[in-house]
Design a binder for this molecule. Structure first.
Ligand code: ADP
Ligand code: TRP
Length: 326
């Protein structure tokens, strides 16, 4: 099967990204599918940004993706802006995109409400560019987190519109592929874990920083004192145990919390140890890779070449279908 997905280079990759989407990128790759994964740096431009930082983060994200297991020799790993066909197909699709539907996109409404003074047209077109990213590679599956489901729905709608308008069956409707973890809650215990709120645990963050963040992370508010029993079902630290810890440690945490045999600090300490077992090798590999920017660029060049070949094929066919070939 053909698989495609992308991630913005707007900050450090966190546990929400990993358990919500990236885990599946690695899984699908290792099952032997034909995977295209890219860094959506053009999407990151829809919000105010610093050019030097965008460049830096793009390389850091490349290293992070490789560190979690994306193998640039198995998967096609590339940067969106290296394949100019993305922007071109986005224009073509924007001629079919219904304005009303674009204005109803949840992410557009949320982001424009966050900073109403700086709503640009690209924020509205964001999901059209995403549809172009996808359709250029005509994938069967798109592994993303649940918050992207509406954008995938628009993509399928654009497929139907395109095929009908140009009397073809060229594009097929891609399916969304979610992980079991629908939403990872942030350390504040209320909102989803997100780069834009300071409530995340970064995959390659230093252990000391993670330890500090965990120390102040929200737990069941009923546990004011050490011997107050708690309810793990509403505790965010326990929800992280469920993602990371063994069944034995989960049982220890659950029972200890309900009976107040353990305190929140004990529970967080165990979570930290288990988290480090997952993150230590990722962080080490990341650091090694960041010392070899030349190698990272070689991987990205290789990916761009492979992606461009595929994208050009699609766009050539699209030009023919829509009447702009000669
Ligand atoms: P962020 O919201 O932190 O800016 P992105 O929008 O770049 O993250 O998301 C990258 C991928 O990770 C998407 O597929 C998204 O659905 C998923 N994702 C992001 N945050 C979470 C979360 N807290 N829980 C589950 N999945 C998430
Ligand atoms: N919008 C996605 C996100 O914020 C990133 C993205 C851009 C993407 N283009 C894509 C995801 C194409 C899947 C397919 O996470």
């Amino acid at each position: 099967m053909r698989v495609l997905s992308g991630i913005q280079s707007s900050g450090m990759v966190h546990l929400g990204n990993y358990f919500g989407a990236l885990m599946n990128w690695v899984k699908l790759q290792n099952e032997g599918h034909d995977c295209f994964y890219f860094i959506a740096n053009l999407h990151s431009m829809t919000q105010s940004y610093d050019p030097a930082l965008l460049k830096k983060r793009t390389l850091e994200l490349t290293a992070t993706l490789i560190a979690i297991g994306i193998d640039p020799e198995k998967s096609t790993l590339f940067i969106q802006s290296d394949v100019s066909e993305h922007s071109e197909l986005a224009w073509i699709l924007s001629c079919l995109a219904p304005l009303g539907e674009m204005e109803r996109m949840i992410q557009f409404k949320e982001k424009s409400a966050q900073s109403p003074e700086s709503v640009n047209a690209a924020l509205l077109l964001y999901p059209v560019l995403q549809s172009a990213d996808i359709l250029l590679y005509r994938p069967d599956l798109v592994p993303v987190g649940i918050d992207q489901a509406q954008h995938l729905e628009l993509t399928r709608n654009l497929v139907r519109k395109f095929n009908k308008r140009f009397n073809t069956e060229y594009f097929k409707e891609p399916q969304t592929f979610h992980t079991e973890t629908v939403k990872v809650v942030g350390l504040d215990g209320t909102a989803k874990m997100s780069k834009s709120r300071d409530n995340f645990i970064g995959l390659v963050e230093e252990p000391e920083i993670i330890k500090k963040k965990l120390r102040t992370a929200a737990t069941d508010p009923a546990r004011v004192r050490r011997d107050d029993p708690g309810n793990p079902d509403i505790c965010n630290v326990f929800s992280l145990h469920k993602l990371i810890s063994s069944a034995k440690d989960q049982a220890w945490s659950e029972k200890g919390c309900r009976t107040a045999e353990i305190g929140c600090l004990d529970c967080k300490g165990r979570l930290f140890e288990n988290l480090m077992q997952l993150l230590d090798p990722i962080r080490e590999r990341y650091k090694e890779l960041m010392e070899k920017p030349g190698l990272l660029h070689e991987y990205l060049d290789l990916g761009a070449q492979k992606a461009k070949k595929e994208a050009q094929k699609t766009l050539e066919k699209v030009h023919e279908l829509i009447g702009i070939s000669r």
